[in-house]
Design a protein around this ligand. Sequence first.
Ligand code: NDP
Length: 253
Amino acid sequence: MSYDNLSGRTAVVTGAASGIGAAVALRLAGSGARVALLARRADRLETVVAKIRANGGRALAVTADVTDDASVQAAADAVHTAYGTVDLVVNNAGVMLPHPIDDGRLDEWQRMIDTNVTGVLRVLRAFTADLVEAAAQGRTADLVNVSSVGAHGVFPTYAVYGATKAAVTHLSQLLRTEFGPRDVRVTNVEPGLTETELADHIGSAELREQLGGMFEGMGSLAAEDIADLVGYVTSRPRHVNLRQVVVLPTRQV
Ligand code: NDP
């Protein structure tokens, strides 16, 4: 048995169409887990699923929008029908939309809150019973929330994004008080600069360039680096819970 064996595990990864989520799905499937991949872009999910299957892994694409209650519930139903009880949930879907606070971009604030915070809660609600049940059966059960170093860092124009991630970080810590006693682990992962599609959605060319400059200056992690970490924390023995992991490019302070 390899040290990071995840065979027998059933995982759900949100935001698995690109970036960190896609890499996490590939990593978990590569270690033997069955993985349901959730995101809105069906074509991109199918591409990742095809890659997993070509590597001999098991995966399922489920189109879902985490800002929509019915969509998340329908996705959970599809996952249950295909795979039964889930024991590993990676809450990764997220958007980062910086703008000066003076711009008053209520539309972007709402989208970030609804995706990064309420989206996490919707997914949590859909799979809480699974995690609790799996743990009660003696299986290893994991909730992994992908927050950000932005939960602590202070960057101008990223106030609302940082606030959503601070909410995720604190939520993760609080959830341990309810899940831990029932043997469900909760891990909060806070990545630093990571090469993905996240910056593509930034509306301001100036802010996109500013972020590009940070990537050039400090270097960046690959999505696979974060995936490797998720594979590591979820494959520890059942009584070991890495509660909080901050992972940065070496030059990022
Ligand atoms: P990407 O933009 O590459 O990935 C984001 C994923 O989320 C996509 O698969 C996207 O798929 C999905 N997504 C977005 N909105 C929704 C929605 N409403 N419903 C379902 N899925 C959605 O960026 P990353 O991989 O970087 O982002 C993953 C997470 O990592 C985010 O939570 C981000 O905040 C966090 N993070 C990223 C860092 C970085 O430097 N890249 C640093 C710290 C944290 P689709 O559009 O098809 O729905």
